[in-house]
Design a protein around this ligand. Structure first.
Ligand code: ADP
Ligand code: MG
Length: 337
């Protein structure tokens, strides 16, 4: 349905999108997750034809966004980071205007607008000027604007920014409802906003795709390495000596222990091995009674942080990275607003 291949976007010498490739299948909810500046908005702006890429290709339903922009754009509804709202129009005037722009046929126009206003629950404010609406309502009007014309794909850039928790839940419900008939791509820099609503998560960091999987798949991926947190009476020198005798330890690091005369160490094991029994026996028999020991389960939050922080260094996520190729010095970038 959507194909993005080797997308590159340069702002001067700064590479905002670095050889990004992915595909989007019909009827799913996709989440673009990444810290601020990762390149989410840039990618979405290119996918929707708002911005020209420096290199690479975007295809929507078989239509290239560059060579067949009209056809491609017809398949997409877009809520950009800053929704293109007209503050001096009333909600209904604005939506009529959008429907006209999107060439919704005259006979369908008012029926569709009413239906969508009902869906995003803005009927109450239909006669109000947009500039007088609260942030939450403005966001819903932006969403309505994206839905008009019932495009196959709806792309939402940070749709939950600035909303309160209740509004976030409402938008989430709405997105789920929409996903019955539309493919949805939304972006966020907040994991929890994405993990509960998306079928697939694409983690973007510094313009690169560093992981792409279901929320469950991502969690599994990280469970490959088990971490054990151990506290015991004694000192670090002795603990290091004991640890050096134990097999299947990949690495360990000492942390500040909360109690006096005790140590706290985080141990990463090889091949997901659970070596708690060996640790317990070794420490106790070497006169370092174990105070506590925990197997640390990685949360999705840890995974997100790990993936977005270790992109430049080597790490255990290497195999999940998209291989980047040399990009030839290329075409100047054209911007359209
Ligand atoms: P995100 O949406 O993930 O926060 P963006 O796509 O907005 O990230 O930005 C990606 C990178 O490109 C950032 O480093 C940002 O500073 C840079 N960038 C975005 N827009 C421009 C622009 N118009 N000119 C120069 N640099 C830009
Ligand atoms: Mg953004």
């Amino acid at each position: 349905m959507i194909k993005v291949e080797n997308l590159v976007k340069k702002y001067g010498s700064h590479i905002a999108i670095d050889n990004l490739s992915f595909e989007v299948e019909k009827g799913q909810i996709y989440g673009f997750l990444g810290p601020n500046g990762a390149g989410k908005s840039t990618t979405m702006n290119i996918m929707t034809g708002y911005l020209a890429a420096s290199d690479g290709m975007v295809e929507i339903n078989g239509h290239d966004i560059l060579t067949e922009p009209e056809e491609a754009k017809k398949c997409i509804g877009y809520l950009p980071e800053l929704p293109p709202l007209y503050p001096d129009m009333t909600v209904i005037e604005y939506l009529r205007f959008v429907a006209e722009l999107k060439r919704v046929s005259k006979s369908e126009r008012s029926g569709q607008i009413n239906e969508i206003m009902g869906m995003v629950e803005i009927e109450d404010v239909s006669e109000r000027l947009i500039k007088n609406l609260s942030k939450g309502y403005k966001q819903r009007v932006g969403l309505a604007q994206a839905i008009i014309g019932y495009p196959d794909v709806i792309i939402l850039d940070e749709p939950m920014v600035g909303l309160d928790p209740k509004q976030i839940i409402e938008i989430r419900e709405l997105i789920k409802k929409l996903s019955k008939n539309h493919t949805i791509i939304l972006s966020s820099h907040i994991l929890s906003e994405i993990s509960t609503v998306c079928d697939y998560i694409m983690i973007i960091s510094k313009g690169k795709l560093v992981a792409s999987d279901t929320p469950e798949g991502l969690q599994k991926l990280m469970k490959k390495s088990t971490e054990i947190e151990l506290t015991a009476f004694g000192d670090t020198d002795k603990a290091a000596e004991i640890l050096s005798e134990i097999e299947n330890i990949q690495s360990y690091s000492f942390e500040d222990a909360s109690e006096e005369n005790s140590i706290k160490v985080r141990i990463l094991t090889e091949d997901n091995m659970d070596i708690r029994k060996e640790l317990s026996v070794a420490f106790t028999s070497n006169d370092m009674p174990v105070l506590s020991m925990n197997k640390v389960e990685k949360s999705l939050e840890d995974i997100f942080l790990q993936l977005t922080e270790t992109v430049d260094e080597d790490s255990d996520v290497d195999e999940e990275m998209i291989e980047s190729e040399e990009i030839t010095e290329n075409t100047e970038s054209k911007e359209e607003e």
